[in-house]
Design a protein. Structure first.
Length: 252
């Protein structure tokens, strides 16, 4: 005779069966959260303009570079001969009007002199040299000073014109270039109907003209016909370019 099964017994029998069937189904799915990346450092809208300024600076001093050379069989002989010629040259330059504090001398330089030989080069003596730099403010004295130097066997001479106001002029031309860039940025913003924001960057591009040298001196000292005015070298243009970047602000 069979014994009836109660509700509690049925639940005890069905629970393992449900667990077994659940394990034989599809595999479990693992959920991985996905994060979206937002670029928070986007480049701001900006405008970039340049400003160019040029000034012409007149030289107020000239450097006369004079080289004296003496050759001898031995280094001591060359140096002794050079010193014997240097002292009269310095005395003559001072007597010609070169201020003592505007006359600079370099150290004595001694180099061997080589003579060509069928097999190799052989030493054929030694050359001692010294360089003197005389600074003049009176350009009308250049010819007299050079004549004095030539009389004392100076082997090489050249001139270099410069301005003692160059640092001051460079500051001024920089201010002019920055002002030109500011005005251009304001004009572009008005024409394009945009609003300038904060200043982002300033970049400077120097465009200095060539230095005064021998070729320019030849042109500068070309005398004007029928004029008795003292000869003057040409002016040196100083140019500077700045590139300025502004952020574009939102329109009000």
């Amino acid at each position: 005779m069979s014994t009836p099964v109660g509700p509690r017994a049925w639940r005890a029998l069905l629970l393992p069966l449900a667990l077994l069937l659940g394990g034989c189904g599809t595999e479990a799915i693992t959920t991985v959260p996905v994060h979206s990346v937002v670029n928070a450092t986007a480049m701001p809208r900006q405008i970039k303009v340049n400003g160019i300024a040029t000034l012409e600076v007149n030289p107020d001093v000239v450097d006369l570079t004079l080289t004296l050379e003496v050759q001898g069989a031995r280094p001591k002989e060359a140096v002794t001969g050079l010193e014997a010629q240097r002292k009269p040259l310095v005395a003559a330059l001072l007597a010609a009007g070169v201020p003592v504090d505007e006359l600079r001398l370099s150290h004595v330089n001694v180099t061997p002199v080589h003579k060509r030989h069928p097999d190799n080069h052989v030493i054929d003596g030694y050359r001692a040299s010294v360089t003197l730099v005389a600074t003049l403010k009176d350009f009308a004295r250049i010819g007299d000073i050079m004549d004095t130097a030539a009389t004392h066997q100076v082997s090489r001479m050249h001139t270099h014109f410069r301005s003692t106001k160059m640092p001051e002029m460079k500051l001024r031309v920089r201010e002019m270039a920055l002002e030109a860039a500011r005005r251009k940025a304001a004009q572009v913003a008005t024409s394009m109907k945009v609003v300038l924001g904060d200043l982002l960057a300033v970049e400077e591009l120097a465009r200095d003209a060539p230095r005064w040298g021998a070729p320019s001196n030849m042109n500068a000292f070309a005398p004007a016909q029928g004029s008795d005015a003292p000869l003057q070298p040409g002016a040196l243009p100083i140019s500077l370019t700045v590139v300025v970047s502004y952020e574009l602000a939102d329109s009000p």
